[in-house]
Design a binder for this molecule. Structure first.
Ligand code: ADP
Length: 489
């Protein structure tokens, strides 16, 4: 009997395998940390072999815990988006280190493309901006700078893919596919186009032949090689992490909005079947594709969220563990004017200033660990407020905000978000909504539920609400202080 849905959640800092059942109940996880390689300032790389080895090890551990492959009904895959892997189709081995979404090395190429006047057209077609964040310019960089990648392109054996594509290739023993949500983050897929676009490939200098086939996000998407787990297990869900969290939060009707606070912060609002257009430098992206039918989302991405807390921990030594920021923030009534602009990797939406760098303003001799920790958490609400303003200007105001991600375990931060946004903020009791969303897509794809809506209703958990309670003048003071610091960054 097949009881479980196995989710492979391949994040930026770790990879996990998690077991769910058809009611959405969680039955445990195996997790392995991933090595982060920082060869130069602004560069971030992963070892794709390490990602595969650790994903496989975690999957095997959880399949054994479930009682064997016969107990696994289906697999759902969710992943860090935009990260590019180049591998050889024949050997199945990576040709270079994977270039991670945070990597800024392709900024000069983006500057050239923008200077040549391409951004408006690219934005209208792909929903994206010409920023190093997206996969396409990273692929071009590998072709220009890595001999192995170039040689494989010349031989016709080069495969490019994002992480779900890489994992599916390895799991199935050679299927080269990418789901529409991940594909929509490459700059190479038109929001209205079924497959990667030849004109966009030419513009970026990426060979079309090296790209995967774009497929649905739920349904019979592939089967694992029988020798991996002892039986061929169907892969029935594939989804980029932010789209997964949006589904996991059951934001399946137009206007429903979620914000995930992990390494970075990502806000998505469901736009239904309407292709999004933004006048405020927000992104348009594929939310779901099932049976060839798409829904879309408007998205604002902030590059630095939990990674700021990690920096406080690892580089400054202000806390031993991330959760200590909560007690530090609560130990003082305010930051005494200290403001952090977390532009440690440039500024994302809605500012899109790759060259901006971080700033701590308002320091005095009274500033200590608590002030810095509180200012770091306050920065999350400040950045989210900027997004809320941009979404509202695009005609997509939020009525409530559903939050998730590792950082939202922090109750102080969740309340501060409600206060600064002046909105009800809802947090599910089960905060792993990314994995849950992948489980919902996989469950619908395997026929455990008739469709995604019924899967989401059946599998979604209970919510905890945070209501705004801040005095208006305090709120105004906070936002004014933030605006000043931002202008200086
Ligand atoms: P990702 O999926 O991007 O790897 P997670 O969703 O696992 O990230 O969230 C981890 C991030 O959240 C880390 O950067 C960590 O610093 C931060 N974090 C985790 N717990 C807390 C907490 N209680 N308070 C503040 N930040 C936290």
């Amino acid at each position: 009997m097949s009881d479980y849905i196995l989710v492979l959640d391949e994040g930026t800092t770790s990879t996990r395998a998690m077991l769910f059942d058809g009611t959405g109940a969680f039955h445990g996880a195996a997790q392995e940390e991933l090595t982060q390689h920082y060869p130069q300032a602004g560069w971030v790389e992963h070892d794709a072999s390490e990602i595969w080895d650790k994903t496989l090890a975690c999957a095997r551990e959880m399949i054994a815990k479930a009682g064997g492959a016969d107990k696994i009904a289906c697999i759902g895959i969710t992943n860090q988006r935009e990260t590019v892997v180049a591998w050889d189709k024949n050997s199945g081995e990576p040709l270079a280190r994977a270039i991670v979404w945070q990597d800024r090395r392709t900024e000069p190429f983006c500057v050239d493309l923008r200077a040549a006047g391409h951004e408006k057209d690219v934005q209208a077609r792909t929903g994206l901006l010409l920023d190093p964040y997206f996969s396409g310019t990273k692929m071009r960089w590998l072709l220009d700078n890595d001999e192995n990648v170039r040689a494989a392109a010349e031989k016709g054996t080069l495969a490019f893919g994002t992480i779900e594509s890489w994992l599916t290739f390895k799991l199935t023993g050679g299927e080269h596919v990418s789901d529409a949500s991940n594909a929509s983050r490459t700059l190479l897929l038109e929001l209205a186009g079924a497959q990667f676009d030849a004109g966009l490939c030419d513009l970026l200098g990426v060979p079309h032949a090296a790209l995967p086939q774009v497929v649905d996000m739920s349904g019979a998407l592939g089967e694992t090689s029988a020798d991996l787990f002892g039986r061929a297990i169907p892969i029935t869900g594939m989804v980029g992490d932010q789209q997964a969290a949006t589904v996991g939060q059951a934001c399946l009707a137009p206007g429903e909005t979620k914000a995930t606070y992990g390494t970075g912060a990502f806000v998505l609002t469901n736009q239904g079947a309407t292709i999004p257009t933004s006048k405020n430098r927000l992104l348009g992206t594929v939310l779901t594709q099932i049976g060839g039918e798409r829904t879309y989302a408007i998205e604002g991405s902030v590059f630095v969220a939990g990674s700021l807390v990690q920096w406080l921990r690892d580089s400054l030594g202000i806390v031993d563990v991330a959760s200590q920021t909560e007690e530090l923030a609560r130990s003082i009534p305010d930051t005494g004017g200290v403001t952090i602009v977390p532009a440690l990797a440039g500024l994302g939406a809605p500012h899109w200033r790759a060259e901006a760098r971080g700033l701590i303003s308002g320091l005095s001799f009274a500033s200590g660990k608590a002030e810095l920790a509180r200012a770091a958490l306050e920065a999350m609400a400040h950045q989210t407020h900027d997004l809320a303003t941009a979404f509202a200007a695009d005609g997509t105001g939020w009525e409530t905000l559903r939050i998730d991600g590792g950082m939202t375990a922090n109750n102080w931060m969740a309340q501060d978000l409600a206060d600064i946004l002046n909105l009800t903020v809802e947090r599910p009791e089960f905060v792993e909504t990314t994995a849950l969303g992948a489980a919902m897509l996989a469950a619908a794809g395997a026929g455990i539920h008739p469709n995604l809506d019924t899967a989401a209703q059946a599998m979604r958990g209970k919510l905890h609400s945070f209501e705004p309670a801040m005095d208006e003048d305090v709120r105004e003071e906070r936002l004014t202080r933030w605006k000043k610091a931002l202008a200086a960054a």
